[in-house]
Design a protein around this ligand. Structure first.
Ligand SMILES: *Cc1c(COP(=O)(O)O)cnc(C)c1O
Length: 412
């Protein structure tokens, strides 16, 4: 809070497309307001859908009630993600907690109560509630709460890559062997492996090998270990596919979505799973196998309507095509040019609508200083430590990306 004394919070008066307005001054939202504005701010079709839903039905308790919006959204999501069942919540962390609880509960029903341990990846992030913090590799963010957290094993030596042209993207035999040894040693007590597929967001926009992900998924399948894919940042088109998991051609047992699903207009999150897991909980009331989990705002109807419209716009406006053919290569090339001409960036990496680079500096809080200067120049680039990244709305035009490039070049 002390930082606010020298750099006060931006007072936002409106937001449109890829821009937020600070006292009428446009600022490019280069990070999609914490990675959520997949289609930008105030998309007119999303607004229209929201108003229509508001006229008809805002929300009712989602226990023993249903409505067309939630039904169509569920069908569409299951189709898109090759899953069968969906459980709704509001925040990303809650969707991850649902997956974690359901995987543990499934073990209890199967008579495997000893299998309670979780494995996650180094530098992983899955939220900041107690269970999700336990499986996040977050050092400082966790330290004070040890009394509330449980033990988790983090896989080390993850094969990080610069993108799909990195040789490690396709082959990670060596790195995988080390991880496999780590996994084999604890597999008897292991319940689930939880991952952010291919891009670790909060850990520093780190991209890792597709081959590593498919080997990990294969190992989980062969050893009856659940795989939880936290697609909260990567899902809904961010990596150039609807799900990042599609790059590695894997089908996790649980998939968590949030952030981009409503284009950041309203909070909604979803945990998706398959019929085999659902069937474990399906029985007469008296057997007490039911999965007991509810949030007041589960599957809020307004948010669900916006989510449905978001998916419709992705199809209608061919967003994935635009990301792959235009946005991704442009962002990547501009960042590379800036790195080459300034020599002040290294480790340039990109996948779909994400490009990141590390500042070559030892100056304390260099990223924070760049953040402040960028605001003055008209860009919201909020570095993660000294990692600069662009993760703009997926329909951002090239003129705006060029402008981002000019601003970053000037600042460096
Ligand atoms: C943002 C995020 C979360 C947490 O979502 P919240 O809505 O902030 O609770 C979990 N996992 C990943 C990968 C995220 O990026």
């Amino acid at each position: 809070m002390k930082d606010y004394e020298t750099f006060s919070p931006l007072h936002i008066t409106k937001a449109r497309g890829s821009f937020i307005y600070h006292n009428d001054k446009p600022i490019i939202d280069a990070i999609s307001s914490w990675w959520s504005k997949s289609l930008g701010h105030s998309h007119p079709d999303l607004q229209k859908a929201l108003t229509q839903q508001l006229d008809a039905l805002e929300h009712t308790i989602l226990a023993n009630t249903t409505n067309t919006t939630i039904e169509v959204l569920t069908q569409k999501l299951c189709q898109l993600t090759h899953t069968d069942k969906a459980l709704f919540a509001s925040d990303g962390s809650c969707a991850v907690e649902i997956a974690m609880k359901m995987s543990i509960h499934a073990r209890v029903i199967k008579g495997q109560s000893n299998k309670t341990h979780f494995v996650a990846l180094q530098n992983g992030y899955h939220g900041e509630t107690c269970a999700t913090l336990s499986v996040s590799d977050l050092g400082l963010y966790k330290e004070a709460y040890q009394a509330l957290l449980f033990d988790c094993t983090f896989l080390k030596d993850i094969p990080y890559v610069t993108g799909i042209n990195d040789p490690l993207w396709h082959d990670t035999q060596c790195a995988w062997q080390k991880s496999q040894m780590q996994l084999e040693a604890i597999k008897d007590k292991l319940n689930a492996v939880i991952i952010e597929p291919l891009i670790q967001g909060a850990g520093g926009m780190l991209i890792y090998s597709k081959d590593y992900l498919s080997r990990l998924a294969k190992w989980c399948k062969e050893n009856d270990i659940y795989l939880i894919a936290d697609e909260i940042m990567t899902g809904i088109g961010r990596t150039g596919k609807m799900l990042a998991c599609e790059h590695a051609d894997i089908t996790p047992d649980f998939i968590c979505l949030s952030k981009g699903i409503t284009s950041g207009m309203l909070p909604l999150s979803i945990c998706l799973t398959h019929d085999d897991i659902y069937a474990l909980f399906y029985d007469d009331y008296a057997t007490q196998k039911a999965f007991m989990h509810s949030h007041t705002h589960s599957g809020n109807t307004l948010a669900s309507r916006v989510a449905l419209e978001t998916l419709t716009i992705f199809e209608r406006e061919s967003i994935l095509n635009y990301v792959n053919k235009t946005l991704a290569p442009t962002m990547h090339n501009i960042m590379l040019e800036i790195a080459q001409s300034t020599q002040k960036l290294h480790n340039i990496r990109s996948l779909g609508g994400v490009v990141a680079a590390d500042l070559k500096t030892t100056e304390p809080r260099a990223g924070y200083k760049l953040y402040q200067r960028a605001i003055e120049k008209g860009a919201l680039m909020r570095p993660l430590g000294n990692t600069i990244y662009w993760l703009p709305p997926l329909n951002t035009d090239i003129k705006t990306i060029n402008k981002l490039g000019e601003i970053l070049l000037e600042l460096l």
